[in-house]
Design a protein around this ligand. Structure first.
Ligand SMILES: [Zn+2]
Length: 242
C-alpha cells in the first residue's frame, strides 16, 4: 500500500507539534494542514522580518506580525475550505522554547514532534522532552552555505537522539551533522528538506514502512539524497544512553 492511499480519517485523528515556523517549518505546517492532519500546534518566538522574504511562505503584508499568527491564520483559512468534516485544529504559541511552560504538555499530546529550529540548544531542549515522553521527533537543518541539509528521525531509545549526533565530534566534522546555523537560506534546499520531513512524518502517523534515522541532501553539485537506514545510538548519551 502506498502513501497516496491514505485514509483521511486516520490523519484527522492525529496531532503534530511543529517547533520553529521559519523557512522550513512554514512549509511543513502548510503541507500537513493540506493533507488533513487533525491538529497542528505551532511554536515560534519570532515576527516576520524583511530578511525572511527570500523564504517561501511569507509575504510583504506579513512584516511585523508573529510568524505563528501569520501561518496559523493561513492554515485556518485553508481548513475552512476543507469543510467541517476534515477541519484542522490550529493551536499557536508565541514563545521562546526555553520559556515555554506547556512544552511537555504539547509534546505528550502529539503523535509526532517536528523540529525546524535554527539553534542547537533549542533543538536539544525539544529532543530532551521528546525522548522523555517517548515521542518520535523529526528534526531538520540546513548547512551554512544553504546547499546541504538533513532530516533526522529520532525513535527514542531505539535510534540515535539529537544529542547522540551532537556529542559525536567525528560525525559533526565529517559534515554528517551540522554544528552551525544556516546563514544562507535557499528556498530550493528548504522545500526539499520540508518535503522529506513531511514524508517521514506522514509515514510515522500512518505507521508505514520507509522511516529512516537520517537523510542527507546535497545540492552543491549533482543533486544527492543519501539515506542511512541503520545508525546506533551512543552508549554514553546523557539523554538516551544505556
Ligand atoms: Zn542520545
Amino acid at each position: 500500500m502506498y502513501l497516496s492511499d491514505i485514509n483521511p480519517d486516520i490523519l484527522k485523528s492525529k496531532a503534530v507539534t511543529i517547533f520553529g515556523i521559519g523557512g522550513i517549518g512554514t512549509l511543513v505546517a502548510e503541507m500537513l494542514a493540506r493533507v488533513g492532519v487533525g491538529k497542528l500546534i505551532l511554536v515560534d518566538k519570532d515576527v516576520v522580518e524583511e530578511e525572511n522574504m527570500n523564504r517561501l511562505g511569507f509575504y510583504p503584508e506579513d512584516l511585523g506580525s508573529p510568524k505563528v499568527d501569520v501561518i496559523g491564520n493561513r492554515l485556518r483559512r485553508i481548513s475552512e475550505l476543507r469543510g467541517p468534516k476534515y477541519a484542522v485544529t490550529i493551536e499557536t504559541y508565541l514563545t521562546n522554547i526555553f520559556d515555554f511552560e506547556d512544552i511537555e504538555r504539547v509534546i505528550s499530546e502529539s503523535d509526532c514532534v517536528v523540529s525546524a529550529l535554527d539553534c542547537v540548544d533549542a533543538r536539544l531542549e525539544v529532543n530532551l522532552y521528546a525522548v522523555k515522553h517517548r515521542k518520535i521527533l523529526i528534526d531538520s537543518g540546513a548547512s551554512t552555505n544553504g546547499l546541504r541539509g538533513r532530516v533526522t528521525v529520532v525513535k527514542p531509545f531505539e535510534w540515535p537522539c539529537l544529542n547522540c549526533y551532537y556529542s559525536n565530534d567525528s560525525m559533526v566534522e565529517e559534515g554528517l551533522f551540522d554544528d552551525v546555523t544556516c546563514n544562507v537560506s535557499l528556498p530550493t534546499t528548504m522545500a526539499l528538506i520540508a518535503s522529506l520531513q513531511v514524508d517521514q512524518c506522514l509515514k510515522v502517523l500512518l505507521n508505514r514502512q520507509g522511516v529512516v534515522p537520517l537523510i542527507l541532501v546535497n545540492l552543491e553539485e549533482e543533486p544527492q539524497i543519501i539515506v542511512y537506514d541503520k545508525l546506533n545510538r551512543r552508549k554514553d548519551c546523557s539523554f538516551c544512553g544505556y
